[in-house]
Write a protein that binds this ligand. Sequence first.
Ligand code: ADP
Ligand code: MG
Length: 515
Amino acid sequence: MTRPSIPVIGIDLGTTFSALARIDDHGRPITLVNAEGDLLTPSAVLFDGEDVVVGKEALKAIATEADRVAECSKRDVGHRVYHKLLDGKQYPPEVIEALILNKLRIDAVKQIGPFTKVVITVPAYFDEVRRKATQDSGYMAGFEVLDIINEPTAAAVSFGFQQGYLDKEGGSPAPRNILVYDLGGGTFDVTVMQIRGTEFNALATDGDVRLGGYDWDQRLVDLAAERFTGLGHADPREDPLSAGKLWRECEDAKRTLSARRKASVVCHHRGASERIEITRQQFEEATQDLLDRTRFTAVQALRAAGLQWNDLERVLLVGGSTRMPMVRDMLRRLSGMEPDDSVAADEAVAHGAALHASLILAHQEGLPPMFKIRNVNSHSLGVVGLDPLTGRRRNGILIPRNTRLPVTGKRAFKTQKAGQRSIRIEIVEGESPSADDCTPIGRCSVRNLPPDLPAQYPIEILFHYKPNGRLKVRVTLPETDRRVDTEIVRETGLDKDRLDGWRKYIRGLSPTDQR
Ligand code: ADP
Ligand code: MG
């Protein structure tokens, strides 16, 4: 395989764990260890005065200084600020994500020298706003983000690589349908893919950006806390430190329960201390509804792809939480086949991202592509219109979800008055007919229309979804040949000046790091 001449890097920026992979001299993806010697870096950030600590140490600090530690910040991406104050300050979630990326960068630079070009992964179910925020995180961390790629697609590419599909002769032309079930720490994603030779086509995608191992942890915390209070003690959940400690214990017990039939957690609070035993069965009963939600979503995705279970060749397990036996059992019953865990659950996504980076860099250097990826949009795209009868704000869907990307949706508008110089459009993503139940992506305004247009003059707005799920808006005046690319003004998110400010701040945290 011919490879680009600079380091080829892919990053899995996970809710609970992140990993960085590169393509080695033999063209194979490998995960780089961090400064602590681990393949996975906990996505936790400790704000300690002037210092920022990322990873294992930050995670440990939850038990002693919970009010300074950010964890699961990826769940808040798309919101203006992280859900709690950190060391007394507010931070946008994408800044916390940037700090995690920066740690991965610094640790990797020590091993392979400086690099800037990377591919970062996002859950397939991320909406446009969250995708943009993730790209911004990469920018603030000092990267040039070549592209973002969906996590299940990355996992499928890594699987294809491992199976030899990417070798010239390896790809069989017969289509193979696989369902990628990715249950991580904070997000759940399911994607149905069709692999044809070296082409990876997403057929349908679905998921939940607020469902993952963390929710299973919380159920264990509740189980343990209820037992503890049942013994006459005060509730440990009322104090952030006791709750933080208990959560660490429970996350550990959850892993034990994947291998054994029972586990125990020690709960301390207000001087009292108890060892509490929990069986796998109790754990599974307490979390059955969470598992059911993933089952329902998987069934829905398969239906959206127009397939039945027996059309699938494999069910591919990705994400640390698929190690829970209840997940495998449910998928076995549902699909009638043994789920495939042949890709490394924690590394496949980063590996696929690195393979995607090599594809882009090879293309930039004029080298032939090793494989192709086709994606679908995970949410319908619409513009807000007023219902003339009820006056309600409606979502006028332009591009339905699960449409093959890239795609361009068009909508014709008309000027209302003669001489009108501007038009304002609100863009939303979501399935609800009511615009207010959808995610606002932003507004775009068409200004500087020619001065003497008559009333009812036609204007066409083109919404172009790029293969990575990012949106561009273009306006044309069909009766002239004028076309303008317009900027989307975002409701949330950081403007260029603030991005640059944060980028400078993050650079200042690592002054010894030469770039
Ligand atoms: P993300 O990409 O969302 O950060 P990962 O795929 O790295 O998530 O998975 C992390 C999640 O997997 C955590 O919730 C962790 O507790 C869970 N996990 C890891 N190993 C096990 C195990 N052996 N049994 C159960 N859960 C596990
Ligand atoms: Mg993940």
